[in-house]
Design a protein around this ligand. Structure first.
Ligand SMILES: [Zn+2]
Length: 72
């Protein structure tokens, strides 16, 4: 399991999110956005999945995921 903050994933708060896989992290991150930052969800969902901003986000997210150590 790894723990990343909302901010590390491009969000705006320091809520910690724990997940076993990058896919789970993204899903849990989206759940958190729906609860805490619904305005971000609206802008994400209005973008096509292959929008350069989304591709850039995915790349940065995966780099962040790789750099984050496994929880002890
Ligand atoms: Zn947040």
């Amino acid at each position: 399991m790894k723990t990343m903050t909302c901010r590390q994933m491009g969000g705006m708060c320091d809520t910690a999110i724990t997940a076993a896989t990058p896919e789970e992290m993204i899903n849990k991150g989206m759940d958190h956005l729906r609860e805490a930052h619904p305005e971000m969800v609206a802008s994400i969902e209005s973008m096509p999945k292959d929008d350069p901003l989304m591709l850039d986000w995915s790349k940065k997210f995966m780099e962040g995921w790789e750099k984050t150590p496994e929880n002890a």
